[in-house]
Design a protein around this ligand. Structure first.
Ligand code: GAP
Length: 432
């Protein structure tokens, strides 16, 4: 993990947040390459989960929601972790993460566990009192549930159907850490899939979404041996869940949650109907009946997915007797798709390379580099995962062809410049 954290800082993928003030506990900033990578992770999810499906619609709801939302959802009462303090060194721990009854840092005596609510509070408007208290959402899901009727009334949807969104969530975690694995501000990619209220339907769609979501990680580059499914024990289920299975990833610190797939039943719609007094039912034409659908929820974290993609793509090897770091990222996720190098800084090569850059920049994120030996330039791109290197050389000036070098195999092929965009499009592979 340390090697990856260093690479991320050195190459502008992820920086500690507020670095000049010494950082702010477990908050991170995505740099120029990190933001591209993150956008691509979200794009990969959005295409697969929303745009390529006739049965799922996207929304983008507000982070600040009516405070009654959190009473109804059960988060005010139940979104808590058991907290213990060390009486000696004053450090705080999650009681359910401890292996013994003593402080893991100094061996001191611990206090009794008390429930600590994980929601961040703030105030709406100029008066800071109970009436103006609002919360930063701890999950994006509630923005979907409170919009259920808006979607049903305006979009002509038919069960089963899903509503998806990507956005920031906030949790005042007691023990954040492990780089971007557990932070207090993070991004989620969640989908609520509404189904008929029937146990067989529920079992079918639960299996379906587990399989789809597992497959998504593999499709975008995670080694399937580094993934496993772990059903939750009854006593660890969230307050809204009738059954959850985590998709876990083998992080350097051990197996940990990557995504949770939960059976939320009609818990959320029932509670919002009760608290808002609104009719949150669905009318089924065939049976001429009204009911509140049940829900299957695949809930993923953008930052955790990004961490898993980085960890599984990180590699060190030797090319032409030179050691290199290489991120073997799927080309769709790679922050930069191709880098353009004039072999020499003369003979019209830089000008030609700029022309190629201008042409490709219209469709892809591309980089230009003319500093240092060609080998060093390749290695600079390898370590940020750029899948293709395009070199303008003597021959280019004669026949308008360039070499295309592959990051993983380092094999080079020659292509006419006017075919480059189509070749890149095909090899980046968004059409798959
Ligand atoms: N709506 C259901 C829900 O929020 P969750 O299992 O608590 O379920 C879903 O969160 C996903 O969000 C997790 O699998 C993880 O990827 C991500 N996530 C949750 N808490 C996080 C944190 N503190 N830091 C980073 N990612 C987090």
């Amino acid at each position: 993990m340390d090697k990856l954290v260093n690479l991320c800082k050195r190459r502008g993928i992820i920086f500690p947040s507020s670095d000049i003030y010494g950082g702010l506990g477990s908050t991170w900033d995505y740099g120029p390459l990190g933001v591209e990578l993150k956008r691509n992770v979200k794009e990969a999810w959005w295409r697969e989960m929303v745009q390529r499906r006739p049965d799922v619609l996207g929304i983008d709801s507000a982070i600040l929601m009516h405070p009654r939302t959190w009473e109804a959802s059960g988060h005010l009462q139940s979104f808590t972790d058991p907290l213990v303090d060390c009486k000696n060194c004053k450090q705080r721990f999650r009681a359910d993460h401890l292996e013994s009854q003593r402080c893991p840092e100094c061996g001191g005596e611990l206090t009794q566990a008390r429930q600590f609510n994980l929601m961040f509070k703030t105030f709406m408007g100029p008066v800071e009192d109970t009436a103006s208290t609002v919360y930063l959402r701890p999950e994006t899901a509630q923005g979907i549930f409170v919009n259920f009727s808006n979607i049903v009334d305006t979009q002509r949807v038919k069960l089963p159907f899903g509503i998806a969104q990507i956005g920031k969530s906030f949790r005042n975690e007691i023990t954040p850490g492990n780089f971007i694995f557990r932070t207090r501000e993070f991004e989620q990619m969640e989908m609520e899939y509404f189904i008929k209220p029937d146990p067989e339907e529920e079992a079918k769609w639960f299996e379906y979404w587990l399989e789809q979501r597992f497959g998504w990680y593999v499709k975008f580059g995670i080694n399937s041996d580094h993934l496993r499914l772990r059903p939750h024990e009854k006593d660890e289920l969230s307050h809204y869940s009738r059954g959850t299975t985590d998709i876990e990833f083998l992080y350097p610190f051990g197996w940990g949650e990557l995504e949770g797939v939960a059976k939320r039943g009609s818990y959320d719609l029932d509670r919002h109907a009760e608290f808002s007094g609104k009719d949150l039912t669905y009318f089924e034409e065939e049976t001429r009946s009204r009911f509140r659908p049940w829900v299957i929820e695949p809930a993923a974290g953008v930052d955790r997915a990004l961490l898993a993609f980085l960890l599984d793509s990180y590699d060190e090897d030797v090319v032409e007797n030179e050691e290199r770091i290489v991120l073997r990222l799927d080309p769709r996720l790679a922050p930069i798709k191709a880098a353009i190098f004039p072999l020499l800084r003369k003979g019209g090569q830089p000008e030609k390379a700029q022309e190629v850059l201008a042409m490709l920049q219209k469709r892809f994120v591309v980089a230009y580099d003319q500093a240092g030996s060609i080998g060093r330039r390749y290695r600079r791109q390898d370590e940020v995962g750029t899948p293709f290197g395009i070199t303008i050389d003597h021959q280019t000036m004669d026949d308008d062809t360039v070499t295309l070098r592959h990051r993983d195999s380092t094999i080079q092929e020659r292509f006419p410049i006017n075919e480059l965009a189509a070749v890149l499009e095909r090899r980046i592979g968004w059409s798959e």
